[in-house]
Write a protein that binds this ligand. Structure first.
Ligand SMILES: Cc1cc2nc3c(=O)[nH]c(=O)nc-3n(C[C@H](O)[C@H](O)[C@H](O)COP(=O)(O)OP(=O)(O)OC[C@H]3O[C@@H](n4cnc5c(N)ncnc54)[C@H](O)[C@@H]3O)c2cc1C
Length: 296
């Protein structure tokens, strides 16, 4: 695929807040609309997009350029206090209403006002506009859940930031798919209702330890205690805090003999580092990457 073809798979969209709804203990669903969504094509599953969120003193996001070859330099060149932050989120659902309007739901974890995206979401009100780089065609590389042909069981681990993606994956799995999932959440009330194959085996891990190694150990221990479905060709999708992801991946590959090529792992965030810092590291390491936040 040429760079131009690849770029054509993504585009800039203006998203306008239509409504918000709190659910569980930690989540806020923001439903966005806007005319540009007519060209938005979510590939479903864990489709992600990049949101540009305005600084606190601005109501809406404004970018100096959305042209393919200049937007990045112009965005980076903005004065820091004016520059919108870029953050990765998941398309929980895209739909067209009976009236023909396009809507997109994004589920934000509210983890405190000190973090720009969490703060923006907590204060989102109808009419606010942000911008996004999102999919213009359903088949795109920001859908990471890609089980190979012959997969006979799906293993999933997600923390709360990846639960929207996990829920969207479950929505789409055909009935009869064998699923073993571990979902780690900070509060009992975050054990939200999920659709998906009726016999999906879900273990909820309500976090007892706040952060760091102890938290990771709690997760790995719960995974270690679990029986995996008997399968010849399991596919694992794991996403969440980068340190925990590394440990869960290591456990599946080294202790449970899951083929490392059949493990799709993504660090959705890293303890102690903002996405800004992660992006800076990624750009320094692989400036040509189109998707720097994908595999931390
Ligand atoms: C592909 C992809 C899809 C994602 N989808 C979603 C999604 O649908 N919903 C969602 O809520 N998040 C999602 N995330 C995670 C989200 O991008 C990060 O949590 C991001 O750091 C939030 O930005 P922020 O401005 O709130 O915090 P930042 O400014 O990036 O971070 C500030 C501080 O908060 C910490 N931090 C970040 N996130 C959390 C958290 N959840 N809990 C506790 N501390 C945290 C950081 O370690 C840092 O110390 C996704 C990430 C990726 C890569």
């Amino acid at each position: 695929m040429t760079a131009t073809e690849s770029a054509a798979r993504f585009g800039f969209f203006t998203l306008e807040v239509l409504r918000t709804r709190r659910f569980g203990h930690s989540f806020l669903r923001v439903t966005f609309g806007g005319e540009s969504l007519a060209g938005f094509r979510s590939g479903g599953f864990d489709q992600s997009l990049s949101l540009f969120l305005p600084p606190e003193h601005r109501e809406h996001t404004e970018l100096p350029s959305t042209a393919e070859d200049t937007w990045f330099a112009e965005w980076r060149g903005m004065a820091e206090e004016e520059r919108p932050v870029m953050r990765s989120y998941t398309v929980r659902e895209q739909r067209r209403t009976a009236e023909g309007a396009d809507e997109v739901d994004i589920d934000f974890v509210l983890h405190g006002d000190a973090s720009p995206a969490s703060r923006w979401a907590g204060r989102a009100v109808t009419g606010r506009r942000i911008m996004a780089i999102g999919p213009a065609v359903a088949e795109n590389k920001s859908v990471r859940f890609q089980p190979p042909a012959g997969t006979d069981a799906v293993l999933m681990y997600a923390d709360e930031t990846a639960l929207p993606a996990a829920a969207a994956i479950l929505d789409r799995l055909p009935a009869g798919t064998r699923v073993k999932a571990w979902f780690e959440v900070p509060h009992e009330e975050d054990r939200i209702a999920l659709a998906g194959p009726a016999d999906a085996d879900v273990t909820w891990i309500v976090r007892e330890k706040g952060a760091g190694r102890e938290r990771t150990e709690q997760v790995v221990q719960r995974v270690r205690e679990s029986e995996l479905p008997a399968a010849e060709a399991p596919y694992a999708w794991i996403a969440g805090e980068a340190g925990t992801i590394r440990a869960v991946r290591r456990h599946l590959v080294q202790e449970r003999s899951v083929d490392r090529r059949a493990v799709r792992f993504t660090g959705y965030w890293r303890l102690g580092a903002s996405e800004e810092q992660l992006l800076a590291e990624a750009y320094a390491g692989k400036a040509a990457s189109e998707d720097p936040a994908s595999e931390l």
